[in-house]
Design a protein around this ligand. Structure first.
Ligand code: AMP
Length: 176
């Protein structure tokens, strides 16, 4: 009998201690990317909320959010737009700053990426403190879009990222 999806994902995601800094246990998704069958199942599970939320656009967060967001957009038949680190996007951009534990960071999107009427699903690989996803949601809304949900593969529940996403529909396939 096949084990439940979350058990198979827990087994394939590689914990890398003290990366990129001491004390952080990094969830390495590359073994999952190398398993097309399980990756397909993971993407299908991440798409569950999108089907009932009436998503018109997927926004993926640099950079691992692209690996999940783009195939999800293709599955849904809707546009994909990247939220990128500063200075990467060539066209006119809007930016949003956010605080991390010891520093602040910035995300940018093209001003024409998601307009009024867009119903956006924000996608990333891991939800940790929630700062990145919250900043992406604010950026989408500044551009005129409506965030209808946040879909991640992994939620690090002990970091309580959902507290930074009150009133958002957050969907995680596996929670640690
Ligand atoms: P946060 O803003 O704290 O929710 O961090 C989320 C972003 O950082 C995501 O883009 C993740 O890819 C990355 N991230 C944070 N913590 C981890 C972790 N333990 N393992 C892998 N990626 C992480």
């Amino acid at each position: 009998m096949t084990a439940p999806l979350r058990d198979r994902l827990s087994a394939i995601l590689r914990d890398v201690p003290d990366f990129p800094a001491p004390g952080i246990v990094f969830k390495d998704i590359t073994p999952l990317l190398a398993d097309p069958v399980l990756m397909g199942e993971a993407l299908t599970a991440m798409l569950v909320p999108a089907r009932r939320l009436g998503v018109t656009h997927v926004v993926g967060v640099e950079s691992r959010g692209f690996l999940f967001g783009m195939p999800m957009a293709l599955q849904l038949g809707v546009p994909f737009a990247p939220a990128r680190k500063p200075g990467k996007l060539p066209w006119h951009t809007e930016r949003e700053s956010y605080e991390l534990e010891y520093r602040s960071d910035v995300l940018e999107m093209h001003t024409d990426a998601v307009g009024a009427g867009a119903r956006v699903l924000v996608v990333d690989d891991v939800l940790a403190t929630g700062g990145t996803a919250a900043a992406t949601c604010r950026l989408v809304e500044r551009l005129g879009g409506t965030v209808v949900g946040v879909s991640v593969l992994v939620e690090l529940g002990f970091l309580q990222g959902r507290t930074r996403l009150p009133d958002r529909a957050v969907h995680a396939v596996v929670t640690f």
